[in-house]
Design a protein around this ligand. Structure first.
Ligand SMILES: Cc1cc2nc3c(=O)[nH]c(=O)nc-3n(C[C@H](O)[C@H](O)[C@H](O)COP(=O)(O)OP(=O)(O)OC[C@H]3O[C@@H](n4cnc5c(N)ncnc54)[C@H](O)[C@@H]3O)c2cc1C
Length: 513
């Protein structure tokens, strides 16, 4: 057990993604020494794996403030704030220079396997708060340990996708079928083209990843005869992803959903609803693909599912890896697996657009002091995390660790009501990520932006107690009732104002039945 006083140890940050690196920049500014442990060989390893996908937030919302200040002294040329980067751009033009500025405070190829209180298992209480953290990690075949005064777990959820089975478990045979499974965001029109051209693909999922992959496959099918696209969803209707129709209170939600609906209606995408994939059988000959067995509804009739496909794209979302935190006392919501205070605001059963008030150290704290889940992982199983939210989280946590309680509690988000998070904008952008005024108008006319906000990008300060007149878009509703586009709540009391991105109809998954 370490005799070094806790305060003189570094703050370990797990993951050199956008939020982990931003955390390191904030800690440095506060005079605290960060040590970032990154499993991948380079910064932004998770983002790099979806490098071909264009973000829906322009650069202005993708760069953290402390990171910008750190980079200012390095001769870094900040990208045009109004263009939309791809994941690859984000890594090359921002995360790589940022990691460079942090120097050997970032260690690569370092996969964290366990976090504990040094010398005390989870059940031991006496003197627990005085003990530093012990972080165990592997570098190749070697196991190493480091002590830390605090730990920020910014390891995201990208490495732990949900399984295909209907009960949150793997379908029988899922591991054996691994060669036929693809992650949620294959580069269909790029490096992965051969895998999909002229073949049958089953896309499973009901989020933007599924929609993006389906539309790329539609484009591929136009050039490559024999390309067959089947889309499986667990719910009874894809309405939420389409963004509402004539029977919906919301206006049409823009190009992504509309294009997908058109493709389904034209027969280019075969839609199966109420799908439960129970079993995957792999024939002896790999060229025979994989047999998908279970139940599904087709043409309004429930029946057996028996489908032979070449590849299954699993776009069913992600879940946090909590195994490495087994010895930490966490306070997590049992549904979302996010810190209890923020979970009701992002529960995908009730929310479709990531509505969440600005929140900080207080909401992210756990019974073990000095341990935090930040970034994508702080949203647990909810899919609606935004970078700007994570940057504010780590600003607040760094302030608290430095003893600046006032700054830790002064949480606010500065987001526009349109533009930061519109999937429509990503589609409206040209090849260089530039959104023209015409494309912006089109996206807004189709209800793009954050949850049908008033037209025109408008910067608003988001935070608890913001004035009622600032309430718009996703804001102004209670946690239970919100979900984008539900009817506006009375603005008699100042309400937490929330930001999010359009996915379609209100009430999240509860509207799927
Ligand atoms: C396709 C896509 C598009 C998105 N577009 C937007 C957008 O437009 N705007 C927006 O605001 N948000 C967007 N998001 C959401 C979110 O902002 C991103 O997922 C973002 O990358 C989350 O950052 P993060 O730092 O929390 O996690 P990640 O980027 O996932 O980084 C986590 C890092 O931790 C590392 N790691 C994992 N496990 C370990 C371990 N055990 N030990 C050490 N290191 C580990 C990983 O290698 C990775 O580098 C998008 C997400 C996706 C998937």
């Amino acid at each position: 057990m370490s005799e070094t006083p806790r305060e003189s140890l570094p703050v370990v940050v797990i993951g050199a993604g956008p939020v982990g690196l931003a955390a390191a920049a904030h800690l440095l500014e506060r005079g605290l020494e960060p040590l970032v442990l990154e499993a991948g060989g380079d910064p932004g390893a998770a983002v790099a794996s979806w490098g071909h996908v264009r973000l829906f937030s322009p650069w202005r919302y993708d760069v953290d403030a402390a990171a910008r200040r750190l980079l200012a002294d390095t001769g870094w040329a900040e990208p045009d704030p109004d263009t939309l980067p791809t994941g690859g751009d984000l890594v090359r033009d921002y995360l790589t220079p940022l990691a460079g500025a942090l120097g050997d405070r970032v260690r690569y190829g370092a996969r964290v396997t366990d976090v504990a209180r040094d010398g005390a298992d989870r059940s031991r209480s006496l003197g627990r708060e005085r003990r530093p953290y012990l972080v165990r990690y592997t570098v190749g075949a070697e196991t190493r340990e480091v002590r830390a005064r605090a730990v920020l777990d910014a390891s995201g959820t990208y490495g732990t996708p949900n399984p295909l089975g209907p009960s949150g478990l793997r379908a029988v045979g899922e591991e054996r079928a691994a060669g036929h499974l693809s992650g949620g965001l294959p580069d269909v029109l790029g490096v992965d083209r051969e895998r999909f051209a002229g073949r049958t693909t089953l896309v499973v999922g009901m989020g933007h990843s599924a929609a993006n992959t389906l539309l790329s496959l539609v484009d591929l099918a136009a050039d490559e005869p024999g390309t067959r696209i089947v889309w499986a969803i667990r719910g009874g209707s894809p309405r939420r992803l389409y963004g509402g129709g004539s029977d919906d209170e919301l206006p049409a939600r823009g190009l992504l959903g509309t294009r997908l609906r058109d493709a389904v209606e034209a027969g280019g995408v075969e839609l199966l609803t109420r799908v439960a994939i129970e079993r995957l059988d792999v024939p002896a000959a790999p060229q025979d693909g994989v047999r998908v067995l279970g139940t599904a509804r087709q043409d309004g009739v429930d029946g057996a599912l028996d489908l032979r496909v070449d590849t299954i794209v699993n776009a069913t979302g992600f879940r946090p890896d909590l195994d490495l935190l087994r010895e930490i006392r966490l306070d997590l919501d049992p549904v979302v697996e996010a810190p209890r205070a923020i979970a009701p605001l992002i529960d995908p059963n009730h929310h479709s657009c990531g509505t969440v008030p600005a929140h900080g150290e207080t909401e992210l704290a756990h019974p073990d002091d000095g341990f935090y889940l930040v970034g994508m992982k702080s949203y647990g199983r909810a899919p609606t995390f935004l970078l700007a939210t994570g940057y504010e989280q780590v600003r607040s946590v760094a302030a608290a660790l430095a003893g600046d309680r006032a700054a830790a509690d002064a949480v606010e988000l500065n987001l526009p009501q349109t533009g930061v998070c519109s999937s429509d904008l990503a589609l409206a952008a040209d090849a260089d990520g530039v959104v023209t005024p015409g494309a912006l108008a089109l996206a807004e006319a189709s209800g793009g932006g954050c949850c049908a906000a008033p037209s025109g990008p408008q910067a608003v300060t988001l935070g608890l107690g913001a004035p009622p007149e600032a309430v718009g878009g996703c804001g102004g509703t209670t946690a239970e009732a919100s979900g984008c586009g539900t009817s506006a709540a009375p603005a008699a009391q100042p309400e937490p104002v929330k930001a999010g991105f359009a996915t379609g109809v209100g009430h999240g998954r509860s509207g799927d039945e």
